[in-house]
Design a protein around this ligand. Structure first.
Ligand SMILES: Nc1nc2c(ncn2[C@@H]2O[C@H](COP(=O)(O)OP(=O)(O)OP(=O)(O)O)[C@@H](O)[C@H]2O)c(=O)[nH]1
Ligand SMILES: [Mg+2]
Length: 221
């Protein structure tokens, strides 16, 4: 009998998952919660984080890891609001990987923080597939994108622990069907809390931040 060589290809995400696990251990050690904010380009992720600056130091001590392919624009916007922020550049990749997040996290003053928010690269697909060690993902969609998006990009909405529909101040100018959007999110994930807000007018922002502040600590999970 001849012996044949068998090639074995392992899960490409194996290394990523190991870094994600190390991140979870680091967060647990410091009792810091980490959320992964995911949404399409321009849906208003950074604008919402700018709004969070008002609560910094009151009932929330947080830092942000800003994910982008290029530029430090978003980190500069948050730094202007006095938010502790680091910029993570993927230089071409459409999502953040766990190793980069882990290195950036290690440089944050974790002992002083309750929460780290990662703004992932603007994209409804790839970031949902990569575990970066977060405790929860938040799915964000703006009203200019079409109410069918939760059905077209279901993985993110299935995995998310909350969904945000943003830019509701624009509704009077659009044909966007908010009720249909909510129903579509519910078809994918019937349980998750759903926030409708506008970072421009401030409508609905407090409810979302209140939810962020009351998330259980990682130690309790
Ligand atoms: N009308 C309106 N415009 C908004 C709102 N939130 C954000 N914008 C605008 O939408 C554009 C994109 O906002 P960003 O906060 O940069 O969006 P982002 O999701 O961080 O974008 P990327 O990081 O590039 O993916 C900017 O011109 C914002 O001023 C909102 O609630 N209402
Ligand atoms: Mg941004």
């Amino acid at each position: 009998m001849t012996t044949r060589q068998i090639k074995v290809y392992q899960d490409l995400m194996g290394e990523n998952d190991r870094w994600a696990q190390q991140t979870r251990e680091l967060l647990a050690k410091h009792q810091v919660e980490m959320v992964n904010l995911i949404g399409s380009p321009g849906c208003g992720k950074t604008a919402l984080l700018e709004r969070l600056a008002d609560r910094q130091g009151q009932d929330l001590c947080f830092a942000v890891l800003e994910g982008d392919i290029e530029t430090i624009n978003d980190a500069q916007r948050l730094a202007r609001k006095n938010i502790v922020v680091s910029q993570l550049l993927t230089k071409g990749s459409c999502h953040l990987e766990a190793k980069l997040v882990h290195y950036a996290l290690r440089d944050l003053p974790l002992a002083e923080l309750d929460l780290v928010i990662v703004e992932n690269v603007g994209n409804l697909v790839c970031p949902a597939e990569f575990d970066i060690g977060e405790h929860r993902k938040i799915a964000m969609l703006s009203v200019t994108e079409g109410e069918d998006k939760p059905l077209k990009y279901p993985l993110l909405f299935r995995e998310a622990r909350a969904a945000v529909v943003s830019k509701i101040d624009l509704l009077p100018h659009l044909t966007f069907d908010l009720d249909a959007c909510v129903a579509n999110i519910r078809r994918i994930n019937s349980e998750i809390p759903l926030f409708q807000l506008s970072s421009t007018s401030g409508a609905g922002v407090t409810e979302f931040i209140d939810w962020l502040c009351t998330v259980p600590s990682s130690a309790e999970q």
